[in-house]
Design a protein around this ligand. Structure first.
Ligand code: UDP
Ligand code: MG
Length: 322
């Protein structure tokens, strides 16, 4: 018996691109079913992340037209990571394999086949990795490289140039479900799940239609979240830096006392002001970083739900039938 695949696709205000990419997803799924690599029970599951446009209507129309399409909607916009999580958890009891992919056609849909093949060869997690960054602007390319360097410097294990295009087996998903954290950075969490994994290269294209929802501000937030959710190295840096500053201050104090007793009159205004300003800056940054961690603890202790599903295309179907 072949395995049931669920392709999880987060969508936020994607009415422009969904009608273009949905048939492509279906084509790939039917092809894989035709080749006998996955079961005919496999599905394409859209997760509407609280869109304000007609995205949900498009999804429910698709579900009515073809049984391979199904959809769930989040009760409000919670962001890409939470939308993917909602889809994964929804598919968990029904799928043997899940693949998460963006809905804008940027990730090469054809790579799904290679991922499924790797799964059949015994891998539980297959990371989609971009083969080049030709389509990126110079700015995005450099910031992305910097981001990965920074992450590994901070001890966060991530797969280089992997976003959230990834195959996960039911077994790995079951283990992942025990990761209860509210602050999500999926691409840093899956390597912690373990199991046999591999990478599959694909070419990343331009968006087929519509526009990106990840402006620089959101990208920086994701990067910062990634580091502070998965590593305590920044806090250690602060401690280390504090020790260095303390040693330097001690030398400074000795120097001040010695010069005082040697009878030099020091016009110390400039140096005093610089030291105060410098230390003020260091202290504020350090407090900010520590505050970020305390904020995270605060969010985790509240243990609020990470997603709330408000509608399912299956419900609509049952309404019609019942
Ligand atoms: N997305 C989402 N919720 C959001 C923002 C984005 O579900 O709050 C989805 C979006 O529909 C797309 C994917 O996440 O499928 C990636 O977003 P986008 O293409 O805008 O980002 P980029 O590829 O430019 O980084
Ligand atoms: Mg995109």
């Amino acid at each position: 018996m072949s395995d049931v695949l669920y392709i999880i696709i987060p969508c936020y205000n994607e009415e422009a691109v969904l009608p273009v990419t949905a048939p492509l997803f279906l084509e790939e799924l039917t092809e894989l079913i035709g080749k006998g690599k996955i079961s005919p029970e496999s599905r394409i599951m859209f997760v509407d992340d609280g869109s304000r446009d007609s995205t949900w209507d498009i999804i429910s129309d698709l579900a009515k037209k073809d049984p391979h399409f199904t959809g769930i909607a989040q009760s409000r916009n919670r962001g890409h990571q939470n939308a993917v999580l909602a889809g994964l958890m929804e598919a968990r009891s029904r799928a043997d394999i899940t693949i998460s992919i963006d809905c804008d056609g940027q990730d090469d849909i054809k790579a799904c086949e290679k991922m499924v093949d790797a799964y059949h060869e015994g891998c539980d997690i297959v990371y989609g990795v971009r083969s080049s960054r030709k389509t990126d602007s110079f700015f995005k390319r450099t910031t992305a490289r910097g981001f990965y360097r920074l992450l590994s410097l901070m001890g966060v294990e991530v797969v280089y140039d992997h976003a959230d295009y990834r195959l996960v087996s039911a077994r790995a998903l079951e283990a992942f479900a025990d990761f209860k954290e509210v602050n999500l950075f999926l691409r840093g969490m899956f390597p912690l799940v373990g199991f046999k994994s591999t990478t599959v290269e694909y070419e990343r294209h331009e968006r087929m239609a519509g526009k990106s929802h990840y402006p620089l501000r959101k990208m920086l937030m994701l990067a910062f979240d990634g580091i502070t959710s998965l590593s305590v190295t920044p806090i250690r840096f602060i401690t280390g830096f504090g020790v260095i500053v303390a040693i330097l201050s001690l030398i400074g104090v000795i120097w001040a006392v010695v010069t005082r007793f040697m009878g030099y009159t020091v016009d110390g205004w400039a140096s005093t002001t610089s030291i105060i300003c410098f230390l003020g800056g260091v202290q504020l940054i350090s407090l900010g970083i520590i505050g970020e961690y305390i904020g995270k603890i605060y969010l985790e202790t509240k243990g609020r739900p990470r997603y709330i599903i408000s509608r399912r295309t299956d419900d609509d179907k049952n309404d019609r039938e019942g």
